[in-house]
Ligand binder design. Structure first.
Ligand SMILES: [Zn+2]
Length: 207
């Protein structure tokens, strides 16, 4: 599997299955390589270990297909890691320090990290750079008793977060093609939100 160039400063190693391994994003900005998710397969591990110079890691959320290589990385422990509060808690139990992204954070080279309300899981974080935003799995639903479901409040927060971004292109994990438009993604999520029933916290998707 090979790295796909998204823009002059952004590239992406697509997800694989099996083994299930999420997309790994790489953004070069101000002499730092920002790694968005570390995946869980050998290809991703090799790629990350081969990056020279200063690296920083952003974990979109704690799920193993996005984070497992952290446990196997040569350099994982000496570069700064960012993630949501829930991710920080999960990795704190393994003595891996994660800096919490609980508000918009801006870094040299135009890197923007932000928390994302999500039905998929707690502690989702995104990375925006130029015209692109990595969102991990945050736009996906959760599965409750075998049913695909969105939490209405989280979905509303997600839509608000997407509307507040500047990037017109989104990079969602496990998706082919890798990119999609922000406007079309917002329309799709708004359509789902419109299906909510009064006083119902969950929106069940028809299968
Ligand atoms: Zn996930």
């Amino acid at each position: 599997m090979s790295l796909i160039r998204i823009s002059p400063s952004i590239s992406c190693l697509p997800a694989s299955a099996p083994p299930l391994s999420a997309d790994v994003g790489m953004v070069s900005a101000a002499n730092v390589t920002w790694i968005f998710d570390v995946g869980s397969n050998e290809d991703a591990l090799e790629l990350i270990n081969g990056i020279k110079g200063e690296k920083r890691i952003v974990l979109s959320h704690f799920h193993a297909d996005h984070t497992d290589n952290l446990n196997r990385m040569e350099t994982g422990r000496d570069c700064k890691i960012y993630g949501g509060g829930f991710t920080r808690k999960k990795f704190g139990q393994k003595n891996i320090e994660v800096t919490e992204v609980n508000k918009d954070l801006y870094f040299d080279g135009g890197i923007h990290l932000f928390p994302i309300p999500s039905s998929h899981t707690k502690g989702c974080v995104g990375l925006e750079h130029e015209d692109f935003a990595f969102l991990g799995d945050s736009t996906y639903c959760e599965v409750k008793n075998g049913k695909a479901v969105y939490n209405a409040g989280q979905l509303q927060g997600l839509i608000r977060t997407l509307k507040g971004l500047k990037a017109s292109r989104l990079l969602l994990s496990h998706k082919e093609p890798l990119e999609c438009g922000r406007e079309e993604q917002i329309s799709m999520l708004e359509e789902i939100y419109s299906l909510r029933e009064k006083n119902q916290p969950y929106i069940y998707l028809k299968s």
